[in-house]
Design a protein around this ligand. Structure first.
Ligand SMILES: Cc1cc2nc3c(=O)[nH]c(=O)nc-3n(C[C@H](O)[C@H](O)[C@H](O)COP(=O)(O)O)c2cc1C
Length: 179
């Protein structure tokens, strides 16, 4: 399959997640194109069989560029097998109320853009303390504290479950030639 992986990232974890997905799919024999949605200049979706879109949550919303991308390419995406990776820290809590809130936020994103993926996957992101400025670091330490997480503000901390992500991505596209 020819697969597009289009992402939006603020601190880089979603890019890392998408590179991992690309490696998994390439290992299975698929062709993959990775695209930062900020670099989209008239992409033709006609040459793809499937697409993964991925964006991260900041203050309850996904990157504006991803909203624009989903709106602009709604028609093209409708003809492909699609998956949306919603990257957040709330999912790492595993609490039902956090998951319900994430589903609500994603539902709002789909309503606003008019695009609805075949599959929605929640992926845990990371604290990137080494990249935060003073105020962001303070805010994120407070969030960590609220969630009962014990974090070292001098170090990054990753919550992404790479094996679960691998299994999820392979549900979009099995080994090449299987579909
Ligand atoms: C300023 C800021 C706000 C955030 N807001 C949320 C939020 O509302 N909900 C959530 O679950 N995670 C939130 N996060 C966590 C990010 O989604 C997480 O760090 C993710 O890995 C960021 O992905 P990126 O590096 O691709 O931008 C926030 C992070 C930052 C720095």
């Amino acid at each position: 399959m020819n697969i597009l992986i289009a992402y939006a990232t603020t601190e880089g974890q979603t890019r890392k997640i998408c590179r991992f997905c690309a490696d998994v799919l390439i290992d299975e024999g698929h062709s993959v194109e990775l695209l930062d949605v900020g670099d989209d200049d008239g992409l033709d979706l006609g040459r793809f069989d499937a697409a993964i879109l991925a964006a991260s949550l900041h203050l309850g919303t996904f990157q504006k560029d991803m909203g624009e991308f989903a709106k602009t390419h709604g028609n093209g995406l409708a003809g492909l097998r699609t998956m949306f990776l919603s990257v957040s820290l709330a999912v790492a809590s595993g609490e039902a109320k956090d998951l319900a809130e994430l589903d609500r936020i994603c539902g709002r994103f789909f309503d606003e853009t008019g695009w609805r993926p075949d599959q929605l996957i929640h992926v845990a992101g990371a604290f990137r303390f080494t990249q935060y400025d003073f105020f962001k670091s303070l805010a994120m330490r407070w969030i960590a504290h609220q969630q009962g997480q014990d974090v070292d503000p001098t170090k990054d901390r990753e919550y992404t479950d790479w094996q679960a992500l691998r299994r999820a991505v392979l549900t979009l596209a099995g080994p090449a030639g299987s579909s």
